[in-house]
Design a protein around this ligand. Sequence first.
Ligand code: ZN
Length: 1034
Amino acid sequence: MALEEKREKRPPVTPMMIEEEAALRNGSRGLTPGPWAEAAGPRPRTTERHIAVHKRLVLGFAVSILALLAVTMIAVLLSVRFEECGAAADGPPRASGNGSLSGVARQPPGAGQPPGQPEEEARGGEAAEEEEEEEEEWQRRQELPPWARPRLPRHLRPLHYNLMLSAFMENFTFSGEVNVQLEVRNASRYIVLHAHRMHIEAVRVAEDKLAGGVRVARTFFYPQTQVFVVVLNRSLEVQRSYNLKIIYNALIENELLGFFRSSYVLHGERRFLAVTQFSPTHARKAFPCFDEPIYKATFKISIRHQATYLSLSNMPVETSVFEEDGWVTDHFSQTPLMSTYYLAWAVCNFTYRETVTKSGVVVRLYARPDAIRRGSGDYALNITRSLIEFYEDYFKVPYSLPKLDLLAVPKHPYAAMENWGLSVFVEQRILLDPSISSILYLLDVTMVIVHELCHQWFGDLVTPVWWEDVWLKEGFAHYFEFVGTDYLYPGWNMEKQRFLTDVLHEVMLLDGLASSHPVSQEVQQATDIDRVFDWIAYKKGAALIRMLANFMGHSVFQMGLQDYLTIHKYGNAARNDLWNTLSKALKRVGKSVNIQEVMDQWTLQMGYPVITILGNETTDIIVISQERFVYDSDAKPKDPSRGDNSYLWQIPLTIAVGNTSHISSEAIIWVSNKSEHHRIPAFEEAGWLLGNINQTGYFRVNYDIRNWRLLINQLTRNHEVISVSNRAGLIDDAFNLARAGYLPQNIPLEIIRYLSEEKDFLPWHAASRALYPLDKLLDRTENYNIFNEYILRQVASMYLKLGWPMNNLNKSLVQASYQHEELRREVIMLACSFGNKHCHQQAATLISDWISSNRNRIPLNVRDIVYCTGVSLMDEDVWEFIWMKFHSTTAVSEKKILLEALTCSDDRNLLNRLLNLSLNSEVVLDQDAIDVIIHVARNPHGRDLAWKFFREKWKILNARYGEALFMNSKLVSGVTEFLNTEGELRELKNFIKSYEGGAAVSFSRAVETVEANVRWQRLYKEELFHWLRKSLTH
Ligand SMILES: [Zn+2]
């Protein structure tokens, strides 16, 4: 799953909406669904109706059953409880179509009751009493009843599911019948499985080999753990196999999880589609199932829909059966063993293009017909074919299904989801029109696809046992984004270079907070599971895997992965399984490292170390020490039982020594103590020491000032002696060490002086990213100009050398000169944002030309910079022009940068207007509103406006995004991260005291960040300005 930084809202469901939807359904349901779907008509679910019909229906319901089943049913009536009878609102319930009703229990709509409705209210008093007795019994045994435990009880295992669905797109409901073949491991009277927000019609349990059912005593939902419980009259017997049949129906909701709907406009007409998102815990909203990754089973799915639509699922369609009334049922082939959260289906009227890999895998890209016609999916389709071939070769495990469909949808909570054989992408992350896309956009699309394809092996084929290890699959997929992109574009050096700025440097910012958390997080409740999908899991996971690959050696690492996938395919594996396989691979090449012991320290402890290397001119002995790196040493540790001093890591440290013309080859030193002495041969003759060669390790390195000076000299005289990655690494380490107070403030500013000679993109990129937070710390201070002036001086000569790009880059140029174009873009961005006059003029000229000619001749790769600069410098007319273009453009990539440009204005009225418009869904898409607010907060003229707006609208924002934890946390950190005055800190703390619920973790991180900002201002701001003043007068 690739996290989307822009996630769409989940609109709160109000009672009114439920009623409206119910009315719509009941009014327009004129169909004759098939026999198994027939019993599963949708039901209104309002509380009032529920209670009103309850009493009068109990009797009628029982009578009709009696009439139907006559004498044999007396026994059934003794055990079956018709706890509630909303079903009878549509007449007497019908048999499920399989003859005997022996052992069938019918479930009331209380089953699908609106969230928050008390359980007792929805059930008959007698049943509740019985349940209470049972609960007391469990209490006496001092055990939680099996349905109240955070994990499913282990006594049953699903082997196979037959799932038959009917999708009613005209009223957005669906009905289903699931037959689960169960293996009994321990005898029990209870069947506990997940089911959430659905209406269960009927339940039947039968022994596989024998006729006749096992009688169901009662059934009930237990919403706290999102399970459905079937209580039987007798225990299921060990080692026998049973069939559980459940008939149910539910809504195709207008939201983002489970089986949900979205829409798009084609030729002026709104069209609907329905698609699933089950990861991590939402399969239970679409069918009753054992919704934990460990319960791998095979699935046979059938989908019945109107013939005007098509249906897709993980496997190819085996047969389609057409009915006379314009309906069709697609029967899909059976899946291999897989976890529920990777199951997927869709009902849409998209079209597709197709390609076939060398090994015969059919790859199709499905999207809305106009996009397919334009060829917007062709880029994704082509790289997918290459990438499947790449992964098959790298992992030496063939792709496991006969086909892979990529589905581009308008609305999705994540950038993409790697469902096995049917991966779903949000349109912005897969459709690409080469004539209007920047390199950055192309890179985004590419990496999301590389990520999802990696999951077909790491995730779909071998699945983490439980969610605490989600970082394993996400870390791998994120790491392979860079490896796979290198395969497609060998000159881009993604894994060796861009990985540093985009992953390593980025995540060390987050993980340097005392309020961070270990990459492997304990997860108990289902509601905790969303929490584990964060940048620590993705980026730190990837950084740790890269460190591992480097200290193992890439070829041994690759062999280890091949073994791991071969051993565990179609199964589940935990991190220790991986560590063991990798240790064995190392052993085979004669090396012995206990990988589990090393990696446990990195995955179970939060944070990372800073290594300090102290040399001595007169000897070849150096002192190496380690401590936990934190930005704010005053911040309270999250785990008060252990001080920062108790953190220790086994660190694979590489060290090289160098002088003006030469650098030694590095050697690995395993550092495992607080402080160690090491002899470095040839150190005496050499000038300087350099640690963490090519920044393959997940840690920072600090030196004594003398060594920093020698390194600065080296960079100034001949920077190419030090590798590109280490030049970027030195810049990032120096800025962050200074920010945290480990290093004087002038050292990083002295380092970047050499940049005027730097022709590689990466060190510039590292500098630009490191300068950004410093700029935000200073941008509202009265001496800001000094800082500004200093940065402009460093940028000026390179800006002159590189100039501006020509218009209309063609694709081959993009590929050939990626590094050069990215460097030029970076330098122009720095020049324009720090106020280089030529840069400003150029941007204004380009915008004026666009306005007067109404032809956009602005080079693609710098459009965002030009738009933003134009809006910030020019008058309101330009703002209005961009606003108009934002409305009229249809290209998704262009729309995004136009909207962001509007936040660059200096005019507070315009910024306020934009903030207020951002919550109007008809003007700004819900998923884009967050970006608007965050970008206004980055603008020094708008920071306080965004902060005020955020507090005033918190209730609305939290209701919109609260359930999408990742989105909410992005908003909280985006609005608060650059607050840096005592007053703002007070406002933040007061707000947290008074706010209502949600995002607690994000707020504690926000407080720590702002405290660190305030502390930096107090301790280091003057020191920095003092040095800058001195430096500028020289
Ligand atoms: Zn992923």
